[in-house]
Design a protein around this ligand. Structure first.
Ligand SMILES: [Zn+2]
Length: 429
């Protein structure tokens, strides 16, 4: 254990007061102190990874939005350090457009490049003293020892691949180590779990099959978050390596389309893969009728109706900017409801971890917050609160070994196996 890192983590964790832990009350403080001490020790030793954090486009990693400083982001390097979080997959996210044509693919590819550049700028030019790009599990372990944050890249949505299979290798060469095959909306690779429109591929398309094989060949993790049920089962049948769900919850606890059913969790376990449980309130817990009513009242008062994704896609930039302005006001008003009608809490989040562990097994569960893309819950609303997760896991009786698996070891194992499968296929050819 690197001494600088130990000191930094201990100091940052000490800064977290008992008050940060939502279940703390006067009468339970003595127990909580003991629990906190145990959790701190485990948290400090574990490699703690988050497999899904969104970034904005060109503005990210510029003086205007510098993740090396304290920012409004849920994930920046300062909060990561304070919360003892060792590494994060930043998402090269590209929204799905209706057009599956050359022009659409070109726009998407260019958007992806802007985000790749931003991540490289962060790790290589702006803050090489604070973080480093990791492209293998071994590198993650090495970087964690130095006290720097490990930055990894996942591509969210295979849409920017277009119909050019060589783009998969291009993304790999730029450091991407997983691709989420789709986002919201069917694409050229597979059908998406949302919105509920008739499938266009009946699961994974012919081109999608080639993408899966290419990712296996290169040693990239296939991410099944966002993809339709049929697409999921196709991928499970096609892949030669374990897969991941980089940010998904359990459908048994909240049956939204993006969460995994128990059958899917079992299949993921059999495949050797891992589900990284998402910290996005609406995926963890259905909104209470009271909260929904209050939200509707605010919308009515503001004369605002939230457009669906399809409507957003059809808008001009000016129309979209107008809607986003209204949405910001609406969001601010809604966040004021949190005290009265709390959204999901860290307890709900760990309920999903519990369920995934029960169904898939302790070796197949991890954490992928979706911070800065919608994630954030009471008690784990940004990276500075990561210790609270460990506290809750300790409170529920998870052992140090189990907690280390959940926080990073399972993901690193899967990633290593994906690399090994690629190496095997190379020697076989
Ligand atoms: Zn997502």
């Amino acid at each position: 254990m690197n001494i600088r890192r130990t000191a930094a983590v201990a100091a940052s964790i000490l800064a977290l007061s008992l008050g940060a832990y939502p279940q703390a009350t006067q009468s339970t403080q003595a127990t909580d102190q003991k629990l906190l001490a145990k959790a701190r020790a485990i948290h400090e030793k574990a490699i703690t990874l988050d497999t899904h954090v969104d970034i904005s486009g060109a503005q990210y990693a510029t003086p205007e939005l510098d993740p090396g400083q304290e920012t409004n982001l849920k994930c920046d390097l300062v909060k990561m350090k304070r919360g003892g979080l060792d590494g994060v997959f930043l998402a090269v996210f590209v929204g799905q457009r209706n057009a599956l044509d050359a022009a659409g693919y070109k726009v998407a590819y260019d958007q992806a490049m802007v985000k790749f550049e931003a991540i490289h700028r962060l790790a290589e030019k702006m803050h090489p003293e604070l973080c480093q790009l990791a492209v293998s599990p071994d590198q993650v372990r090495q970087i964690a020892k130095t006290g720097k944050r490990a930055i990894m890249i996942g591509v969210e949505n295979g849409y920017p691949i277009g119909t050019d299979l060589t783009n998969v290798q291009k993304f790999y060469d730029l450091g991407a180590r997983y691709i989420t095959l789709s986002h919201s909306g069917h694409n050229q690779i597979c059908d998406s779990s949302s919105p509920a429109q008739p499938p266009i591929n009946n699961g994974v398309s012919e081109f999608g099959k080639k993408v899966v094989a290419e990712m296996n060949r290169l040693g990239m993790m296939i991410d099944v978050s966002h993809i339709a049920q049929k697409s999921f089962w196709d991928v499970v049948g096609l892949t030669k390596a374990p897969i991941i769900a980089s940010h998904s919850g359990c459908a048994a606890l909240n049956p939204v389309d993006r969460n995994l059913t128990d059958e899917q969790l079992k299949a993921l376990s059999k495949n050797g893969g891992v589900v990284q449980v998402v910290a996005l309130g609406s995926f963890l817990k259905a909104e209470s009728p009271e909260r929904r009513q209050a939200m509707e009242a605010i919308a009515k008062e503001l004369g605002f109706r939230r457009p669906n994704r399809q409507e957003m896609q059809a808008m001009t930039d000016a129309q979209r900017a107008e809607v986003e302005k209204k949405m910001a006001v609406y969001r601010e008003r809604v966040s004021a409801l949190d005290e009265k009608f709390p959204p999901a809490t860290i307890g709900d989040f760990v309920d999903h971890i519990d369920h995934a562990v029960k169904i898939a097994g302790i070796d197949h569960v991890g954490i992928g917050t979706d911070f800065d893309g919608g994630g954030g819950i009471k008690g784990f609303n940004d990276d500075s609160e990561a210790l609270n997760v460990t506290v809750e896991l300790v409170r529920r009786g998870y052992s140090e070994k189990d907690i280390r698996k959940i926080w990073g070891e399972n993901l690193l194992r899967v990633w290593g196996e994906v690399e090994k499968a690629a190496a095997r296929s190379k020697t076989a050819n």
